[in-house]
Design a protein around this ligand. Structure first.
Ligand SMILES: [Zn+2]
Length: 261
């Protein structure tokens, strides 16, 4: 028996290279109906809610990657104002790092408040954001591409920053930086071996992560252990290019997703 699913897609100033149509078309090929709702904060409307979200987002910024944000710090008006500008695209989110679980909590509350009938089974809310977020693993925060759940958060900045570049890239870069040399040559040398902020590959790659968010909703499973499957948890840029970009889906995951169609 198939389960009927509707995916709602929102954007929060992701990379300009992201084309949401590529995402909805990929989901559609699996029989999953996805609707784009445009800008997240415009959709949420109401200025009181926007201000509340800005306040929580500002307090969800990670200032020390070794300390988990179990409790949010006191509110800070200047930072909340800066978040409001970021939510309207008037200020860049580049350089900020957020606790993904706090982001998810506040956005879950806001979306369920906006449309109470669209919560729970049968609905997936998916937010493509430019914000870099991470989760704490017991020792430190790690940047993530995706945080599945309600809503699912998928970050275009996370796609660039979270999966590691080749080891020797960091080694050579460290040497160049220490000796005060220009590192741009290095980026040219390694071009194509990792995803960049304005990369046209972002859309097809993130369509694999969108499938992963659906897979999580259906099965509760986070990632697939098959290193050739596009639902595999890639830790390296080279894996992202191989499986999320060039790879297909394994039989087992395909079966699980078909249940949704
Ligand atoms: Zn798989």
């Amino acid at each position: 028996m198939g389960r009927s699913l509707t995916v709602f897609i929102y954007t929060d100033f992701p990379s300009e290279s992201l084309d949401i149509d590529v995402i909805t078309e990929r989901l559609d090929r699996f029989g999953i109906s996805a609707k784009s709702r445009g800008d997240l904060f415009e959709f949420l409307g109401n200025s009181d809610i926007r201000f509340h979200i800005a306040d929580i987002l500002a307090r969800s910024r990670i200032t020390d990657i070794e300390n988990p944000l179990d409790v949010l710090p006191a509110d800070n008006e200047a930072q909340a104002d800066s978040e409001l500008r970021k939510m309207s695209g008037l200020e860049s989110v580049r350089g900020e790092f957020y606790d993904g679980l706090w982001m998810q909590r506040i956005l879950h509350g806001a979306l369920s408040g906006r449309n109470p009938g669209e919560t729970g089974r049968g609905y997936i809310h998916m937010i493509f954001t430019g914000r870099l977020f991470g989760t704490y693993d017991g020792r430190r925060y790690h940047a993530r591409v995706i945080l599945a759940g309600s809503p699912a958060l998928i970050s275009t900045s996370g796609l660039v920053e979270a999966p590691a570049k080749p080891r020797e890239y960091y080694f050579i870069k460290g040497g160049l930086v220490r000796s005060g040399q220009d590192v741009s040559e290095l980026d040219i040398m390694y071009k194509g071996r990792y995803v960049e902020y304005d990369d046209p590959k972002i859309s097809p790659i993130l369509s694999s992560y969108a499938l992963q968010a659906v897979y999580y909703e259906l099965t509760g499973g986070e990632f697939c252990g098959d290193t050739g499957c596009c639902l595999y948890n890639s830790h390296w840029q080279v894996e992202v290019l191989k499986v999320q970009y060039e790879g297909g889906i394994c039989e087992k995951c395909l079966e699980a997703l078909r249940e949704a169609g």
